[in-house]
Design a protein around this ligand. Structure first.
Ligand SMILES: Nc1ncnc2c1ncn2[C@@H]1O[C@H](COP(=O)(O)OP(=O)(O)OP(=O)(O)O)[C@@H](O)[C@H]1O
Ligand SMILES: [Mg+2]
Length: 322
């Protein structure tokens, strides 16, 4: 396989919890608690898990939109965690984000043209005329009319706005796009259109994606490999088809079972998830999934399982596969 474009090693993000009249730190929300994975050039790596498991925090911390508490992130041979502010700004051109909410992520007072042009201005790309031309090209690349440049975001539907957000991300020729639930706020009928667009763009421009989603079915067809997160940690990483066809971690099985899949080949063997995600400020002992796991033993309650390779290209953090 190609070389990794992105390597994340032991990434942690702890948010302090303050309490008492002196506002002393009395604990930490361990939003991301030691996550390691790599994303290869040209691939799509899916990051999935229930709400609150730390997917967005992982995506933001790895590009230092929020400062990680610990860990190392290497992007295209550069240690992001060691960069100063100026170098980091330069690097931000290569990593762009697409957000979940196409209504909140576009400035309502800017025209579509201004929105798409802005990252080019920030990174000092082209002359004004060149940028205007590029804006028109980008609109067409994402399947919109170049005449829309003078309109405002409110004049567009959710799917069209997401296309505008995609055009803005593409404006600076990024190498990696972090797409944080880019389709989950859209009508189901629009979701696959936007997904297809992303896939076409990946092929056309050799893009690499970190694709964040709630459930596996949303990323199955698009992602090459998938990492499943639970309470700030990765519990399973495998090639997408393999993960879908033979999930190993009881949490992954449950995630698959909890989604109605219109797929006659898919036979669920997991129990549907019971209960809620535990509080990341006070995670369960041992394996964090043990209170919800039908196979939990005493060992699971005491010892935290590490992410281990159990089959080729298939890593699982579960004592059942020790
Ligand atoms: N600024 C913050 N301060 C304190 N806790 C935070 C902060 N941001 C996130 N958290 C907590 O960190 C945990 C992980 O949040 P995160 O947004 O990364 O989850 P997520 O997997 O993206 O969830 P969702 O699917 O709902 O988007 C949650 O418990 C959240 O409440
Ligand atoms: Mg999120």
């Amino acid at each position: 396989m190609a070389e990794p474009l992105l390597t994340v090693e032991g990434l942690k993000k702890y948010y302090p919890i303050e309490g008492g009249v002196w506002r002393k730190t009395i604990g930490y929300v361990k939003a991301v608690d030691g996550v390691s994975f790599e994303v290869f050039k040209g691939e799509t790596f899916g990051l999935v898990g229930e709400s609150g498991c730390g997917k967005s925090t992982t995506g933001r911390a790895l590009m230092r939109l929020i400062e990680p508490t610990e860990g190392r992130v290497v992007f295209a041979g550069q240690d992001i965690t060691a960069l100063d502010k100026r170098m980091l700004r330069k690097l931000r051109k290569d990593i762009q984000m697409i957000f979940q909410d196409p209504f909140a992520s576009l400035n309502p007072r800017q025209t579509v043209g201004q929105i798409i042009e802005e990252p080019m201005i920030v990174h000092k790309i082209g002359t004004k005329a060149e940028r205007k031309k590029r804006v028109r090209e980008l609109l067409e690349v994402v399947g919109l009319s170049s005449a829309y440049a003078d309109r405002y975001p409110h004049q567009f539907s959710g799917g069209q706005r997401q296309r505008i957000g995609i055009a803005r991300a593409l404006a600076v020729d990024p190498k990696l796009i972090i797409a944080d639930e880019p389709i989950s706020a859209l009508d189901v009928s629009i979701q696959s259109q936007v997904l297809n667009l992303l896939q076409d763009l990946q092929e056309a421009f050799g893009l690499t994606f970190l694709f964040i989603a709630h459930d596996l079915s949303a990323v199955h067809h698009f992602a090459d490999r998938v990492g499943v997160m639970y309470l700030g940690r990765l519990v399973e990483v495998a090639e997408s088809d393999r993960l879908y066809a033979s999930p190993k971690h009881p949490y992954t099985k449950a995630l698959l079972a909890s989604v109605p899949v219109p797929d006659p080949d898919y036979k669920s063997e997991g129990e549907v998830l019971q209960g809620d995600v535990p509080n990341p400020a006070d995670p369960p002992s041992g394996c964090a999934f043990h209170p919800r796991c039908p196979f939990a033993t005493d060992h699971c309650r005491r010892v935290r399982p590490e992410l281990k390779t159990v089959e080729e290209e298939h890593r699982v953090a579960c004592h059942l596969y020790a």
